[in-house]
Ligand binder design. Sequence first.
Ligand code: PGA
Ligand code: ZN
Length: 423
Amino acid sequence: MPKISKIWAHEVLDSRATPTVEAVCVLDTGQFAISSVPSGASTGAHEALELRDEDPARYKGKGVLRAVNNVNNTIAPAIVGMDPTQQSAVDDKLIALDGTENKTKLGANAILSVSEAVAKAGALAMKQNLYSWIQALAKVLGLVTAYHVPTPLFNMINGGLHGAGNLDFQEFWVVPASSKSYVQSLQAGVEIYMTLGENLKRRGAIHSIGDEGGYAPNLFTNADALELFVESIKQTPYALGRDVFLGLDVAADSFYKNNEYAIRDKSAPMDELAFIEYYKELNNSYHLALLEDPLAQDAWEGWKKIRAALGDQVIIVGDDLLATNPKRVEKAITEMACNAVLIKPNQIGTVTETLKVIKMGHDAKWKIIVSHRSGETNDTFIADFAVGIGADYVKFGAPARGERVAKYNRLSDIDAQLTASQK
Ligand code: PGA
Ligand code: ZN
């Protein structure tokens, strides 16, 4: 039985130059695994706590030395000696050490860095690919899936909190048809991304790059961005509605104030009913395949209405609504508030809890979307994780910026391995 002989963490940077936690798990065999955790900008109110130092003398308060010390001084002594292949026992220990509902004592960033490093070390000890090991861990929890290289939701235009104050909606996606292979999807996504960039340049809309590698152009309205997609796709060999589709992460909380939604497409803020009508019009014009966080994160009644109105045509995705939290997912299943779950391991804090939430979504026949965060490192854990749990979709941003490309390239590696093994 392999044993964990050492765990330690230190501070590294994410793609926004913000400190984050990286943990190392060393085994008595000499093998070791490293994992670093991402960080959101449009963080939901119901997520587990990301522990920051709040010390203005370092990194404008964003240091993570308290989380690092929690790994080195509290977590490591309790985990050393455990078997890295016993993921749920390790995660139970982490949860017990913290002892709070939202991981406020040790920090979800501290806890997840260790949970993921142990998962990687477990795969090494089992001499398995990480995606195979994730599949095995899921199976133990009753989540039986086939490997699936998911369809990417390519985030090509960045607005909201990821843009430059340019647009209200946070993410504008091009989504390849799920019938396409990963190789075909990637090529289509990249070619459309290139064409879109050329068009933005020609129009003189500044095309700086947002946090997730999408363009952050100056446009009049959110619908203009969708119109640009339509125009750009026409200039490629791909047909909208057949080869590729459109989708949005609205991240509606970022412009929700006093029970109203204010967007630049309308002269006056809209109440919930008017906003749902607006989505219906948008869907009539653009046939949205997926719509994430269309309403505020606690607007449960509105979510029920929008799912009832659009849920048979559009995949309604809960991100801030659900926060990868089993209690919120259970409520959303019972109340029929959406029909897909966005999975972000750092919203809940351990690999095992994340797998349990996926099982709930899977059992409810929801679509499963595994997601990065807007602040990322080059860690590719999430790519293996998505394949191992058989996710329908992944959200890794645009096919640009190293920390996003690392994940797409890892999916290419896995896809090639799986294709070769089927020959
Ligand atoms: P975040 O954004 O990582 O900044 O929270 C991603 C999302 O909202 O899906
Ligand atoms: Zn989101």
